[in-house]
Design a protein around this ligand. Structure first.
Ligand SMILES: [Fe+2]
Length: 189
């Protein structure tokens, strides 16, 4: 499949959604969960040629392949393995939280969209930065120590609506330098 290794370099590991890791996050008082994942090969070059814009849709499991294609064409993005990864992440998120439908946003930005540390007014939000610097976050108890989600990783954050949200972690989008871009997938409900 598309995220098998090509030659000696692994494009993406053929892993399934880590249900136990996400269940532990959901059941506990942890406010965030980070699932590292390598960056898709050739994604940075694809993002440089694409449009700075966003695509938003609500999506079911059945609609996921079509919505992934619509999102990529709205952004003018072409990259092997991206559509498959978008579908894999959407399906994992829907299944994990037992939802029929979630909100999806795929965006390319060239500046910080939410530059102040905050907590979202959702149940849970997933942010995957495919290209560019990852989301920044802090422990509320150590606001000067800024942490960075690695590019490619899935970051999950509980929002105000989650019953086990403990108000311990805040996040923001990173500042970008001139000419720098980020490609992010955001899923929530
Ligand atoms: Fe946010």
């Amino acid at each position: 499949m598309l995220w098998r290794s090509s030659g000696t370099e692994a494009v993406l590991p053929d892993t399934t959604w880590p249900e136990d890791v996400v269940r532990e996050f959901d059941d506990s008082v942890a406010d965030h969960c980070l699932i590292p994942h390598p960056q898709l090969k050739a994604i940075d070059a694809a993002v440089r040629q694409a449009r700075v814009t966003d695509f938003r849709s609500r999506v079911t499991a059945e609609q996921a392949p079509q919505v992934a294609q619509q999102a990529m064409s709205a952004l003018g993005l072409r990259c092997d393995g991206l559509a498959e990864d978008l579908v894999r992440v959407v399906h994992g998120f829907l299944r994990q939280f037992g939802r029929d439908k979630i909100a999806l946003r795929l965006e390319i930005v060239d500046r910080a969209t939410c530059p102040k540390f905050h907590i979202d007014n959702v149940y849970v939000r997933l942010i995957k930065t495919y290209s560019g610097p990852g989301t920044e976050w802090i422990w509320a108890s150590a606001p000067d120590e800024i942490q960075h989600a690695p590019t490619g990783a899935i970051l999950m954050l509980k929002g105000h609506q989650h019953p086990r949200h403990s108000d311990a972690v805040r996040h923001r989008s990173p500042q970008l330098t001139a000419g720098e871009r980020r490609l992010c997938l955001v899923l929530d409900f």
